[in-house]
Design a protein around this ligand. Sequence first.
Ligand SMILES: [Zn+2]
Length: 311
Amino acid sequence: MPAVETVLGPIDAKSLGVTLSHEHVLVSMGNDAKAYPWRFDWGATRANAVRELTEAKAGGIDTLIDLTTPDLGRDVRYIEDVARATGMNVVVATGIWRDVPRSFWTRDLDEIADIFVREIEVGIEDTGIKAGVIKVANDMGGVSAEGERILRGAARALKRTGYPISTHQWAPEEVGRRQVEIFQEEGAPMDRICIGHSADTTDVDYLEGLLHTGVWLSMDRYPGAAGRPNWEQRNATVKALVDRGWAHRMMLGHDHAPSPVLTGQTPAPTNQPTRYLFVSTVAVPALMAQGVSLETINTMMRDAPAAFLAG
Ligand SMILES: [Zn+2]
């Protein structure tokens, strides 16, 4: 298998191991971390992240796909530091999330692709750290005009590089359906695209309709939140799709980020297990108790992410 770019450089795809499909190492409220750095206790923030990634690694997680973009406060030097301190493989992203910067509103679609391609082929900023995945995002209300520009730019970057796209969708409104249409209009290879946050719906037919277009699904945001499917409902959706033969096209994750610690704030109590391990310690044992085999779990947590990232 070919190499996959991580924040510490390329590694063989077969060394990725157990991989979570949609996570973050740091999400710091847009660009607050860079614009207002005095608001953050960086020592405590780093210590918290190192603790959680160390615990995740010890708990059997080998790789995180970190889908943090510039408009989410991406800081690849910080991720590099935490990855080095913990031994966790972290794949970092190019692309843009929901807060599309004004400079992208009128930028030519191919120039948008140029930016994403540069972060894949040359590196992010002046770090030489290369993106391994392209992130895009569309939420409640569907694909906005600005969001559509990012989708089209991402599709073109995928076509030029072969690097995969991982999306954020608002599944209850079936926003992934429109994402797929736009990617199809751009002629993007659908087997290089993952439609994310797909466990936010329990509509198995909607999800299978997406799968039939050739895409992957990230079944993430475990264990759920108020007003959204809980973890048992997420498991039921995953199990239904496994039963329909789609395990090879699904990946699992949490959309978790260790909390940044604000200056003067007391860090959150550390007696809670890291959420990075919820899937492997709670969701997976429950799936297996319902008859999902270890082989199928490995398909979703090892083989599918490796094939998605490596192509
Ligand atoms: Zn996310």
